[in-house]
Design a binder for this molecule. Sequence first.
Ligand code: GLY
Length: 327
Amino acid sequence: MIVVASSNGRIGIAAATQILRQGGTAVDAVEAGIRLVEANPEDHTVGFNGYPNILGEVELDASMMNGRTLESGAVGALTGYVHAITVARQVMEKLPHVLLVGDGASRFAAEMGHPPQPEMLLPETRTVWADRLRPDMNDADIEAIASRTDLARWVELATDPERAKGTVNFIAQDKAGNICTGVSTSGWAWKYPGRLGDSPIIGAGNYADNRYGAAACTGMGEMAIRASTAHSLVFYMKMGLNLADACERAMVDLRDLDGRFISVMNLVAIDKDGNHAGYSSVDGRSYIYQTPTCPSAKNCPARWCPFRRAGAKQDNNEWEKLTNGRW
Ligand code: GLY
């Protein structure tokens, strides 16, 4: 039994582990852990008080995958509700669908009895949002931003103030050996309205299969979508690679992406035996895990696999050193 999470899952990992300790399911553990992150106003990348889109609206993405059945549920661009992960679980368990977006996702959340949260931003976070648009926009421009027809330009100008791109990942394996993965995010800060990242896309930001293992991503979701990262990593284990090699291979797929928009990617993964790993394109990143016998979460360094900077030539020597020239 184990719970593995991105480092911002620390606030929820004890609750998730306690569920496993008491004989609960991986699905319950993942949902409980992520709900605590979604409710945390200090985390500006997930749930309530997450950084908004370019219009100042918080749009949430989340997904859950049950590795026993390969059933999945996801929501994208959900507005007005805090617990996107629970809505995603309900999509998985109550609908014949996998992914609901926008108004349909909000409508379903209401139908499932979620309390609406009309104001998803605390005033200080709304100020951070507006300040990113200054000095090029004045108060009247900011007030009228929803009527603009040049949002694409502004999305490129406004960058995430924490440059973190955030998101939370949880992976749990319960006493029965069942694995569940969950991902929740407010997405790329100042994103174009309606933008979905990898978090609600099964196979991109989230994948679980009891027979082989599971993976989840944080970072620039567009990259994980382009490389089908979470599914690829699990697929590499299915093809016989061990956990470390599967992670490395998935990072190589990301490294090989070209084009203007190359940024950060972090993975957490487990194999079917509960071995865990974290990989990152940024040096010094870490992830956390907890087993029922651990009194608290343990920190683990993520293995560093750098990507090229956009437009720069890849330093293949660096990669050869890191991966012993295998890929
Ligand atoms: N990985 C989260 C996102 O890109 O939205």
